[in-house]
Design a binder for this molecule. Structure first.
Ligand code: PAF
Length: 295
């Protein structure tokens, strides 16, 4: 099904306006091509590039957006220091045959007078929704705009941001946006740390400490899948393991239903163990799938 990317591997065409993006996408659509879309905030790593590959498996042309969205950062968060490296990102996108880079300015995305907020209830409550007030409204607002601008058949979001992925699935369903949301599997470095643009903030000793996060989640998954049914005990042990390894700031460590994100008290359906921690100044999130044991 997939047709060869239009670009060579040295340059990726770039557009900065909604009109230019629509123009390019319309040409492809008129030629009967399927469009895949990977929205990002840049500072691209192998995890993002894997999402481009994944999109290509489901589409003939792949558009990647890079936009550091001010609306999803809280006042004391890292919007100002969030890494911005467009030229480097563009070169990386070329290596995976991206067909188009969309890099709008803040003024293009939120022109003077912009007054709309998109808010998704339910799955956004608790977890990151509790610790980052307004974050998911910012994400839902920008992604609604991006999806309407790109008019893609499929859009891929990483499972590392699992709550975000479920929020966006809900959003397109509720608003009848004709784009299928696909989950891209989390990509990990060889040491197990989930790839994230924010890993760049970690010093070498902090990174060592951060490794306790995937290690602890992996252990919790093993214990739960082996049939331990005292979920509170598993969560307590998980928190203790993080503390012992030097992760003293645990924002949350929870077991939630994989579809609804409701807290799980008995493991009878696919679930997810999810955590957010702070190592030094850096906030890290991670999550892993938990399959209920056969009883
Ligand atoms: O996951 C991200 O990089 C961002 O939250 C997204 C989906 C691109 C919206 O700004």
């Amino acid at each position: 099904m997939t047709k060869k990317a239009e670009t060579d591997t040295t340059t990726v065409p770039q557009v900065e306006t909604v009109a230019a993006l629509r123009d390019r996408v319309a040409t492809w659509r008129n030629a009967g091509l399927r469009i895949g879309f990977v929205p990002t905030m840049g500072a691209l790593h192998q995890g993002h590039l894997s999402l481009v590959d994944y999109a290509r498996d489901h589409a003939d042309r792949v558009v990647v957006s890079i936009f550091v969205n001010p609306k999803q950062f809280g006042p004391s968060e890292d919007f100002d220091r969030y890494p911005r490296q467009l030229a480097e990102d563009r070169a990386k996108l070329a290596t995976v045959g991206t067909d188009l880079l969309y890099a709008p300015s803040v003024a293009e995305m939120y022109p003077e007078g912009f007054s709309t907020t998109v808010s998704v209830a339910g799955v956004t409550e608790g977890l990151c929704g509790a610790s980052r007030p307004g974050h998911f409204d910012g994400v839902a607002t920008v992604v609604t705009k991006l999806l309407l601008q790109a008019q893609a058949d499929v859009a891929v979001f990483g499972e590392k941001d699992y709550q975000q992925y479920l929020t966006l699935k809900r959003l397109v369903q509720d608003l009848d946006i004709p784009t299928r949301i696909l989950p891209g599997p989390t990509v990990r470095d060889a040491d197990g740390l989930a790839m994230s643009s924010r890993n760049a903030y970690l010093s070498a000793p902090e990174r060592e400490i951060a490794l306790a996060l995937p290690r602890t989640l992996t252990r919790m998954v093993e214990v739960l899948e082996a049939g331990q049914d005292d979920i509170d005990a598993v969560l307590r042990q998980g928190r203790a393991a993080l503390q012992e390894a030097g992760i003293t700031q645990v924002e949350y460590l929870e077991l939630r239903d994989a579809e609804t994100l409701r807290p799980v008290t008995r493991l009878t359906a696919p679930a997810r163990v999810l955590a957010a921690v702070r190592v030094g100044q850096t906030r890290l999130i991670d999550n892993m799938a938990v399959t209920p044991p056969r009883r």
